[in-house]
Design a protein around this ligand. Structure first.
Ligand code: UDP
Length: 326
């Protein structure tokens, strides 16, 4: 298939692009390189462009005429979204609508969307969340992702447009071959940040909040290896082509780890002592997010290969060490 990938130079997008390439698909990456990198695009062609540039977007897409679009380009930091809501609504909502206009103008039928567990807000139950749980986002980031899900639903009802929205839980780890991984200018995600403390790039790790209603008082998240998540995208696209059934699917392993569990595992994998400082809660963080991914498994046959926190951290650790030498 010919697949147009926005944000394909970024962390998750680049892993999906590499997998698409390995499976023989033809890829065009459209990315403004605001957080992504040219070196991360291991397959296909890269066009440097912004989703705000409607003309370049429409021209690029018309010339390429893809069979499907995968949309990764977005702003993704919860805390930043609380401080800069307009930037999030512009980047994640307005720019996605620009993309959907280009998609519908060319009658492109298949669309895979990067949604998020942040759409659920702060679920009451600590157990795994199913896709039918109410969407009550508690921060602008989650709100932007939920809004676009509604837009997709409306489009699917209005015309011959088929989509899968994948609700990612906490994506971590790096390509096991060590070619690509997370490479943001400023590390904010827990595992990356802890590894950078292990490397000495930061002095300490702040643990954001110790008074949450969880067993050790710190937040619980379902950490999924980026390679397993990449696989889910290909399966979702195949499912969409075979069945034509649009829908939403959670992507996670179904069990969570607290911030302190992660710190312990990072210490074990790296052998380093991670200096930790307990601080106040970070704005916008819910206590616990754990996926019920039975729908993804049942409908697409997804079988995770790397459901192992230490393995996730090991792949990220190899990547961080490689990046530090660059
Ligand atoms: N976290 C933390 N210290 C950090 C970064 C994150 O305690 O330096 C916590 C954060 O409050 C959340 C969890 O780790 O409970 C995962 O945060 P991350 O930013 O990795 O992903 P998010 O859940 O926000 O998508």
């Amino acid at each position: 298939m010919k697949i147009f990938v926005t944000g394909g130079a970024g962390y998750i997008g680049s892993h999906v692009v590499a997998l698409l390439g390995r499976q023989g698909h033809n890829v065009l990456v459209y990315d403004n390189l605001s957080t992504g990198h040219e070196w991360a695009v291991l397959s296909g062609k890269l066009v440097r462009g912004d989703l705000g540039d409607k003309k370049l977007l429409a021209d690029t897409m018309r010339e390429y005429m893809p069979d499907a679009v995968m949309h990764f380009a977005a702003s993704i930091q919860v805390e930043e979204s609380v401080r800069e809501p307009l930037m999030y609504y512009r980047n994640n909502v307005i720019n996605t609508i620009n993309l959907l206009e280009a998609v519908t103008n060319l009658d492109i039928r298949y669309f895979i969307y990067s949604s998020s567990a942040a759409t659920y807000g702060a679920p009451d139950a600590a157990g795994p969340i199913g896709e039918d749980a109410p969407l009550e986002p508690i921060n602008p980031y989650g709100a932007t992702k939920a809004m676009i899900e509604k837009v997709l639903e409306g489009l699917g009802a209005a015309r011959d447009f088929r989509y899968i929205a994948l609700r990612y839980f906490n994506v971590a780890g790096a390509d096991p071959q060590g070619l690509i991984g997370q490479a943001y200018r400023e590390a904010t995600h827990l595992i990356t940040r802890a590894l950078k403390v292990a490397l000495g790039e930061y002095e300490m790790l702040s643990v954001f909040g110790t008074d949450y209603p969880t067993p050790d008082g710190t937040c619980i998240r379902d950490y999924i290896h980026v390679e397993d998540l990449a696989g889910a995208h290909l399966l979702a696209l195949m499912y969409l082509r075979q069945t034509g059934d649009s829908g939403v699917m959670n992507c996670g392993y179904g069990h969570g780890y607290s911030v302190l569990d992660v710190v312990k595992a990072v210490k074990k994998v790296t052998g380093a002592d991670i200096a930790v400082r307990m601080t106040d809660r970070r704005a916008g963080d819910p206590p616990s997010l754990v996926a019920d991914s039975s729908r993804l498994k049942r409908l697409t046959g997804w079988l995770p290969l790397y459901d192992d926190l230490e393995f996730i951290i090991e792949t990220a650790w190899k990547w961080e060490q490689k990046m530090a030498k660059r």
